[in-house]
Design a protein around this ligand. Structure first.
Ligand SMILES: [Zn+2]
Length: 398
């Protein structure tokens, strides 16, 4: 399904493994693109970015750049100066409050809504709105989105794919509608997950949220537009809300997408303290999230647990590993502590919302496990006495 390196290695500094999907060596020869996560002398790209670049950044200088950027886009005649996309989690609260209160920007927040909101997710979203910003909540068509989610689970074992596809184009399209030119995300994902070089720019590459022209081939849930129409009854009109805007349109209107993690030293833990102090933000009811030790990340969607669990199956990387890599680099836990936490929580099945998830994607439990077991890569998973086990565990490495 994905190209994964057959030799499993774990970063010596954090606990990241090299099992992230990337283009195959043959593909690389033809296309010259880079794999999603790189390793050099046993150290992952994210750790290299931290030690070689992030630790040497002059944050005062970066803040001056932020001020200059805000001065450029602040417009007393405009209804809004900036769009902050987000769910009302700790990161979006931090970014929107910073822009509103410190830089006096008129903020419009935009939320691509999950269909299966958790109680805590909905409460936090409401608390975010109460911090004094306008919000546009975009909820996709239930029938279409649940169908696409089901197809994405069956074809890609990635139930989150349609959500991400809608989410990433939502803010740029609203920016075009409202004539807003600046969009501010929190973290550049590359900071934690490879693409070393993409951290060097404050701006998100336009290719991530636009299409070149009307002929650009698009797949939703792993299915082409033609097959969606002919086999699943989903029309182009149904998909309009997921369609990326045209690149030339975005360039013509001068819309830019920036990352706050370029301008401010980014730390999810610090953002959590900020959100707790400055809004009604609450952590997970009943403590930590399933599959990890943390209690303040990805709380709003009942599908979140399945997103992390399917990653654990496909790449052997659990939710605890995901959190631990970050916390080690930010100095909140040691590598030894991370190993203990991963041993305890990685791969824990997200059972809390499992039946709701199955109902949402309209499949039964037996089919679910058939799909899951089919995609376990042979070099990562073994079976003993009818039980699956991970062949390479970072906490067992010397
Ligand atoms: Zn690392």
């Amino acid at each position: 399904m994905h190209y994964l390196p057959k030799k499993v290695i774990f970063c010596k500094l954090c606990v990241q493994s090299n099992q992230r999907p990337g283009p195959s060596p043959e593909h690389l020869k033809k296309n010259k693109s880079v794999p999603t996560i790189g390793f050099k002398e046993g150290i992952c790209d994210a750790c290299r970015y931290y030690s070689e670049i992030k630790s040497k950044i002059n944050w005062k200088l970066r803040e001056k750049k932020l001020k200059k950027l805000c001065d450029k886009y602040r417009d007393k005649n405009a209804l809004y100066d900036v769009i902050v996309p987000g769910s009302g989690g700790k990161d979006s609260i931090y970014v929107s409050q910073l822009l509103k209160n410190k830089y006096k920007m008129k903020v419009l927040s935009v939320t691509w809504a999950p269909h299966l909101y958790t109680d805590i997710g909905w409460k936090n979203f409401q608390s975010w709105c109460k911090t004094g910003i306008d919000n546009i909540l975009v909820t996709p068509n239930y029938k279409v989105h649940s169908k696409l989610t089901s197809l994405a689970f069956k074809n890609l074992v990635n139930p989150f794919q349609p959500f991400i596809m809608g989410q990433k184009v939502c803010a740029p399209k609203i920016a075009l509608k409202y004539g807003v030119k600046l969009i501010f995300y929190g973290e550049n994902n590359s900071e934690a997950r490879g693409h070393y070089k993409e951290n060097l720019s404050p701006i998100m590459d336009i290719k991530h949220y636009t299409r070149k022209n009307n002929k650009t081939k698009l797949f939703y849930g792993g299915v082409s537009l033609k097959d969606l129409k002919n086999k699943h009854g989903i029309t182009n009109r149904d998909l309009e809300i997921y369609m990326p805007p045209l690149e030339q349109q975005i360039r013509k209107r001068g819309v830019e997408v920036h990352f706050m993690s370029y301008y401010k030293k980014w730390s999810p833990q610090e953002n959590y303290y900020f959100a707790k102090k400055n809004s009604g933000f609450q952590t997970n009811i009943g403590g930590r999230s399933e599959g990890t030790y943390s209690k303040f990340s990805s709380l709003d969607d009942k599908i979140d647990g399945q997103h992390y669990y399917t990653m654990f199956i496909k790449f052997g990387q659990g939710r605890a590993m995901n959190d631990a890599c970050r916390d080690i680099r930010d100095g909140f836990i040691s590598r030894d502590e991370a190993l203990l936490l991963m041993k305890k929580y990685d791969g824990e099945f997200p059972k809390k919302y499992f039946s709701e998830f199955l109902k949402y994607i309209d499949i039964d439990e037996e089919k679910y496990w058939k799909i899951i077991d089919k995609v376990r890569p042979k070099h990562l998973w073994g079976k003993k006495n009818g039980k699956w086990f991970l062949k390479h565990k970072v906490w067992q490495q010397k």
